[in-house]
Design a protein around this ligand. Sequence first.
Ligand code: AMP
Ligand code: ZN
Length: 488
Amino acid sequence: MAPKSDQLHIYNSLSGVKQQFKPVNDGFVGLYVCGPTVYSNVHLGNCRTFISFDMVYRYLLHLGYKVRYVRNITDVGHLVDDADEGEDKIGKKARLEQLEPMEIVQQYTVDFHTVMSQFNAYPPNIEPTATGHLIEQIEMIQAILDNGFAYESNGSVYFDVEKYNKSHPYGELSGRKIEDLISNTRELDGQDEKRAPLDFALWKNASEEHLMKWPSPWGIGFPGWHIECSAMSTKYLGAEFDIHGGGMDLKFPHHECEIAQGCAATGKSPVRYWMHGNMLTLNGKKMAKSTGNSLLPDELFSGDNNLLEKAFDPMVVRFFMMQAHYRSTLDFTSDALIASEKGYARLTEAMEVLQNLNASENSSADIQEMIAKFYEAMNDDFNAPILVANLFDAVKFINSVNDGNATISAVDLASLQSEIQGFVVDVLGLKQSTSNSEKRLTPVMDLVLDLRQEARTNKDWTTSDKIRDGLAAAGIVVKDGKEGTSWN
Ligand code: AMP
Ligand code: ZN
């Protein structure tokens, strides 16, 4: 089936320009996104990247492509500081918590899935784990060895970057020059297994105390982080597939190494369009678990963090993210979220109004042009903020029809209803989050909170405490902030 529009253009990080999207196989898209390393709760920054690619996936589906979306779970081989030496992030957490590494993996995979569904992200079609694909990784490492681009050293296998660079430009994705990379790396200390400092591990020989290890043709060990994604993407999407995504911080070395591994193993550059999402920042700095500069989704949904004036609905947070282009940085502030909350309410109210509008003979605005602009925005490298601005133009029009200051024909009304529903719900992934029971609860809670306020004004602390404790017992948390009282 032909897509609804063949005008999709994607900014390809490899070429540095926007290119018209042409999939390897007409009508089909292979999409791979690097998944989380499951050793801690995902923070809001991680979520931004996954939500950005959820929006990409949704728009491809909306256009009518048949998409195979693969997003892995990294459950071994990602070492502390993204290094080539040292402790495994999951192994370290398991040691500190005195748990099995797979207990850590399970705990944080469940957390990740819960958070993603709170944000209304579609699950991928395949979610492979690195530990479930050791045979594929070993086979790929063997192919790289057979092709002469790797060497074995003391039970480990390393990728020979200098050798590879003689026939392929190492650094093509990140724009780094091999000479600069060499001069920026530390000298080998003689004890090192590597021949050259830039070489990276494909397989690591495991020491006695290492918790996660498996037999291989080179001895007992574990895979390198980069080979995992190469092996899993090749297995499910082929040696050359359409789109590979991840956060900007994965460009180097992770994705650079994936290109090198793919070329070295199969002779083909693995990915047609490389897409990189930009960072969510907090206080102007990258949100990151390691620096403590981070916010957890649960803190946002409960309002339980000093940075927040109140709790926020996951759909408001998602809408906030959609108001920035995925390639721009986005700074998190409570005020910005409050503004998004207002905007989101305006949008959803207009959608309800749209359902009940009356049609006239003619339309007083060009509705088809209005709809075409929704597509234009998304076709221009998934420009969700422009789409949101275009949706607000439609909101203005809907409200003026409702006020009797504009008209819409029956045909136009039907197409506007279906396209707005399509873009807001299917593409941006914003669902009406309040369930029916929550909707019914809202006026009741307004009443209860009014009574509580009255009691407090009258200094009737017994009653106000009774209300607060009763609500807490029912699992409802009340929070008083500058913007008034909220509940969750
Ligand atoms: P990790 O679990 O560390 O492998 O990271 C999972 C994903 O989150 C990767 O695609 C990272 O690029 C992305 N990521 C990490 N920090 C941020 C941030 N502050 N903003 C956006 N994406 C991030
Ligand atoms: Zn990856």
